[in-house]
Ligand binder design. Sequence first.
Ligand SMILES: CC(C)(COP(=O)(O)OP(=O)(O)OC[C@H]1O[C@@H](n2cnc3c(N)ncnc32)[C@H](O)[C@@H]1OP(=O)(O)O)[C@@H](O)C(=O)NCCC(=O)NCCSC(=O)C[C@H](O)C(=O)O
Ligand SMILES: [Mg+2]
Length: 296
Amino acid sequence: METYRPRRSVLYVPASNDKALAKIAQLACDTVIIDLEDAVAPADKIATREKLAGILANRPVANHLGRRCEMVVRINVLASEWGADDLLAAANCEPDGILLPKVDTPRDLLEAGDVLDDNFAPDSVKLWAMIETPKALLNIGVIAELGRDPASRLACFVAGTNDLLNDTGVLATPDRRYLVPWLMQMVLAARAGGLDMLDGVFNDFRDLETFGRECTEAAAMGFDGKTLIHPAQIEAANRAFAPSTQAVAEARLVKDAFALPENAGKGVIALNGRMVERLHLAQAEKLLAKAAVIGA
Ligand SMILES: CC(C)(COP(=O)(O)OP(=O)(O)OC[C@H]1O[C@@H](n2cnc3c(N)ncnc32)[C@H](O)[C@@H]1OP(=O)(O)O)[C@@H](O)C(=O)NCCC(=O)NCCSC(=O)C[C@H](O)C(=O)O
Ligand SMILES: [Mg+2]
């Protein structure tokens, strides 16, 4: 069974921006997040929420990979004046996920999950969580643990680096040196919880060179993909989070070596002067499956 769901390029599209919404079908991003939160002015929140059903109904049948176009809705903070209505309105539109901003504790997710369980089937919409507050970082392990319980609906973490910089006062530098320790904590926690982990946005959308570098680093740090704010960022993200040609070739070598009759049943083999274990075979098979899905 195919389990890899590509989320290399995850584009925020403001739910209030008709021009941007109309572009979705032409874009080569793996996932779209329809944003009701930061991208929508307070005066427009209610009118924008009312457009949600139309936006989701118009989702492209297939995306650039020929797969069902994954659409997630980011709602306003649950405790805000808009949050509760956003949650129900979003779930009614049957998106693939609902992204909760400013999650501080597991309770925030459990409360949203309870509302969904009272109104929708247990296997319906998934929850995604923004990790963007100091409290979320302090609680990241227990929040991530929810990922091991399918009843929690939790499927994905998204780093909110703008809020994190704002709330902590750390300096934004091109190499993200003060953020990296927290980003690595997020990756570690996501892995412990069996969750996907998406990197935060890069605001300077005309600077594609620095953006490309940040994507390459994020892939090396273990992120599954990057959240984006502009279509110009899609291509570099798709490239950075895809397995390289060399990685695919090496994975094939590992798979072929373990398939040799003389290696049947062996736990460890030597390959071109390198020790290769069955965990490397599993890793290679995962990488090849990923490459097959994205056509790399
Ligand atoms: C940043 C922008 C406001 C820039 O918009 P604009 O000046 O219109 O850019 P361009 O003229 O270069 O646009 C070219 C065409 O591309 C379309 N476009 C632009 N952005 C998007 C998009 N996100 N999705 C789809 N299409 C898009 C324009 O409409 C132009 O189309 P056309 O004229 O037909 O050629 C804008 O990019 C933007 O609004 N981006 C998204 C902003 C957003 O959603 N922000 C909230 C999410 S990020 C966040 O919240 C961070 C997190 O919470 C944290 O804490 O870190
Ligand atoms: Mg934010």
